[in-house]
Each structure stands twice: as C-alpha cells, then as structure tokens.
Design a protein around this ligand. Structure first.
Ligand code: ZN
Length: 246
C-alpha cells in the first residue's frame, strides 16, 4: 500500500491541492490533524480531505479550538483571532466531522498522534530528551506526528539496556526505512504552514511494502492564499509567514 501522510493543512486549500496533485497514486491517507485554523478555506479543506481514499484522520489543537473544545487563552493573539474566525465559518457538517476525530490512535502497523504520543494535543516534539517517554507510549514500530510543522525524525536505538534517541532533520527527497528494526517517530512537516524556512508544502509518502518513507516538498501559489487571508480579514502576519516559511 502507498500511504499519503499529511498534517497541519491549516485551511490552506492551495497548498493541499498542490500536495494532492504532486503525490501521484496512493491507496490510503493518514491525516494527523490541524485541518483548520490560520488559513482562509476551512470548510473547503475539510471537504477535500473527507473525500480522500481510505482516510484515517486525527484532530489537532486548532481543530479543537475551532470547535470550542479548548480554552483560547492559551493561544497567541493571531492564532486566537484565526480560531474565532474559523469557528464562525465552520458549517455544521464540517464541525460534526471534526468533532468525531481522535487526537491519537494506534494499529498493529503504526501509531498516529497530532502532537506527541503522550500528549497528542499539546506537546511539540523537538529535542532528543522528549523521545524516551514518548516511545514508551506506543508499541507499533513507528509513530507519525505533526504539530511542529517541521520535518523531523526521532530514532530509538538500544545498546543493551541503554536507550538512546537521536533527532534527525531530513531534507526534501530524503528517505527513511521504517522497516529496518529501529523504532521511530516521524514528522513529515506541515502542508499549509511550513515552519522550517522553506515555504513549500511538506508531506510524506510511506510505502508499506518496502517500508520506505519519503519526505517531499511542493511549491504552491502562496500569493493566492495570502490574498484570501487579506480578504477574509485574518491577521496579515498569517499571510507574511507563508511566504517566509516560518
Ligand atoms: Zn498545526
């Protein structure tokens, strides 16, 4: 099976469409949450994701915020304004769909979490010492996560009883073998609001037969999204950061 792995779409329809076009053929889709929040097309993005084949989908903190399931005082002012705007826009069927999504899940083959396995709504997985307690939270060979919008891999290696976790920062086109016996936590990077200084939409393709996961990037029409952000009256910085990839 060829899996398309998506996360942090953030209501950016141009980025989502570019990814779907660039991905080629795929049999199933794993979407790790934050479909809405920040961007100007929340209903359209959810609608597009819902129709994808063999979809497994999580909710993220911004989805919960738009649904009123989180206290917005924990958000910075731009995120809060965007969440309030999104809440006003969401159609009932879209809210119902988002409201059913879990923030994490696990199958025999893989685990999925929006932020991290131990704290799927809030934790940003960034540094190596966050690895060990999170590897303890799942038993599958690997876990896909989102939330930081930065492509990153945590690899667990064991030397006797010593558990060591190494963090790697993969680039576009880099591959990782998820079937080589080491356990991993893998973040493909964000579709709709990349934050590693590269404005291109980020996503991944996992081939479950070979075990190979590929980190991919694709450019999209940032200006079109920026114009929509402006027209919607969303904070201008949300458009500026898309151009910079921050
Ligand atoms: Zn996000």
């Amino acid at each position: 099976m060829r899996y398309l792995v998506l996360t942090d779409i953030h209501a950016n329809l141009e980025a989502l469409e570019a990814v779907l076009e660039d991905a080629g053929d795929y049999d199933a889709v794993l979407c790790l949450g934050d479909l809405v929040g920040y961007g100007p097309n929340p209903n359209e993005c959810v609608e597009r994701v819902r129709e994808l084949p063999d979809l497994t989908c999580l909710a993220g903190n911004h989805d919960w915020a738009a649904l009123g399931k989180l206290d917005l005082s924990t958000f910075n002012s731009e995120a809060r304004k965007a969440a309030e705007w999104t809440r006003d826009q969401l159609r009932d069927d879209v809210s119902a769909f988002l409201g059913e999504l879990p923030p994490k899940l696990e199958t025999e083959d893989f685990a999925l979490a929006h932020g991290s396995p131990r704290d799927p709504i809030w934790e940003y997985l960034v540094v190596d010492y966050q690895g060990p307690p999170n590897f303890e939270e799942f038993s599958a060979p690997f876990c896909f996560v989102g939330h930081t919008h930065v492509p990153r891999t945590f690899v667990e290696t064991k030397n006797g009883s010593n558990v060591h976790v190494e963090v790697q920062m993969p680039g576009a086109g880099d591959e990782v073998d998820l079937a080589d016996g080491d356990r991993r936590i893998v973040n493909p990077g964000g579709v709709g609001q990349p934050r590693n200084g590269d404005p291109r939409a980020a996503y991944g393709i996992w081939d479950s037969e070979t075990g190979i996961f590929t980190f991919r990037r694709v450019p999209y029409n940032v200006s079109a999204t920026q114009k929509k952000i402006q027209k919607a009256g969303l904070p201008g910085v949300l458009g500026t950061r898309l151009r910079l990839g921050i």
